[in-house]
Design a protein around this ligand. Structure first.
Ligand SMILES: Nc1ncnc2c1ncn2[C@@H]1O[C@H](COP(=O)(O)OP(=O)(O)OP(=O)(O)O)[C@@H](O)[C@H]1O
Length: 315
């Protein structure tokens, strides 16, 4: 897969800081990929995303975005990325559309005209398409001061996509939004990824959002602790799947499991069985004791994340 983000041995040491906020990280993100950067407070996520979007200078290392060097070709990098930061940065005295128009002309995507109807047809078409998908069509010409948090976020997403960037950077984009606003923003981003092959680079504290990612990179203390698909991370950090067994005759079940030589752990009236090299089917077919519960539980990303931050050290 073609890489659109290439980060090599990136280091950022703030002035007067004792140790680097970002301490030699390297990774690549492929075109169209959904990549999530996850980590506890102070891990270095905002620092990393700020360097990648040219709003902060690095100490050392190299970064290429859409093939362009973030320092030598900063203008081209900016043309190819859309950015949504933690704090909304809309002008509340302008209408939704005016906010977008201003942004589009600052970026040099469309020339500024004082009225919407005087803007080029291509601009109006893009605005209307985006407004339709995010569901802001009826509010496009209203002042943003009265917008809810969710509406403001949707407008920011529209604004960040007006110049058809290849990569969208989102720094905790759904912070402070309710579950339904979060869900509709994610549904919209999914649609864009499918329709425009957009690459999405996300930092988040919401683990269920990272669960949807193609790959997750967990950072702690400015270093990569683990990088891979959510499935790989779960297996690596939270251990393998468990078979959850319940029975009215728990003692008999335990002695059968002992006889089969499989490891298990009692959790109240349920036994969590660790299948090891065997399949769940092989284990269950060796059991005669009647079962009242049988299910297979995968570790969640939440469990993986907790085991990482409690463990503290890089895996
Ligand atoms: N402008 C700054 N000057 C000095 N140190 C800073 C500055 N910005 C961040 N830091 C430090 O760099 C480290 C990484 O911070 P950063 O904001 O990148 O982490 P984060 O993972 O985004 O955290 P959060 O989830 O809380 O946003 C922290 O120790 C922080 O205190």
């Amino acid at each position: 897969m073609e890489s659109v983000i290439e980060v090599n041995q990136l280091v950022k040491k703030y002035r007067k800081a004792e140790k680097p906020a970002v301490d030699g990280i390297s990774f690549e993100v492929g075109k169209g990929e959904f990549f999530a950067l996850l980590g506890p407070n102070g891990a270095g996520k905002t620092t990393t995303i700020s360097i990648l979007t040219t709003t902060l200078t690095k100490t050392s290392g190299s970064v290429r975005i859409a093939g362009w060097d973030i320092e030598k070709d900063a203008a081209q990098v900016r043309r190819n990325v859309g950015i949504i930061f933690q704090n909304p940065s809309l002008d509340l005295d302008l209408t939704a559309e005016e906010n977008i128009r201003l942004h589009a002309s600052i970026y040099g995507v469309f020339p500024y005209r004082p009225l919407y109807r005087m803007m080029p047809a291509a601009y109006r078409k893009r605005v209307e398409e985006l407004a339709e998908v995010v569901g802001l069509r009826d509010n496009l010409f209203r002042k943003t001061r009265g917008f809810s948090g969710g509406m403001k976020r949707k407008l920011e997403i529209m604004r960040s996509l007006i110049h058809k960037p290849q990569i969208l950077f989102l720094d905790e984009p759904t912070q402070g939004l309710d579950a339904s606003a979060r869900q509709s923003i994610w549904a919209y981003l999914k649609q864009l990824r499918q329709e425009e092959n957009l690459t999405v680079f996300l930092t988040t504290h919401y683990l269920e959002e990272a669960e949807e990612a193609d790959r997750v990179c967990m950072v702690t203390g400015g270093r990569i602790a683990v990088l891979g698909t959510p499935d790989k991370i779960k297996r690596q950090l939270a251990g393998p799947e468990r078979i959850m067994l319940g029975s009215e005759e728990l003692e008999s079940l335990k002695s059968e499991l002992d006889g089969l030589g499989v490891a298990y752990e009692q959790q109240q009236d349920t036994l969590a069985v660790f299948p090891g090299q065997r399949s769940a089917q092989q284990i269950v077919s060796g059991i005669r004791t009647p079962l009242s519960r049988l299910d297979i539980r995968q570790p969640t990303l939440e469990e993986a994340y907790l085991s990482l931050i409690q463990g503290g050290e890089a895996v």
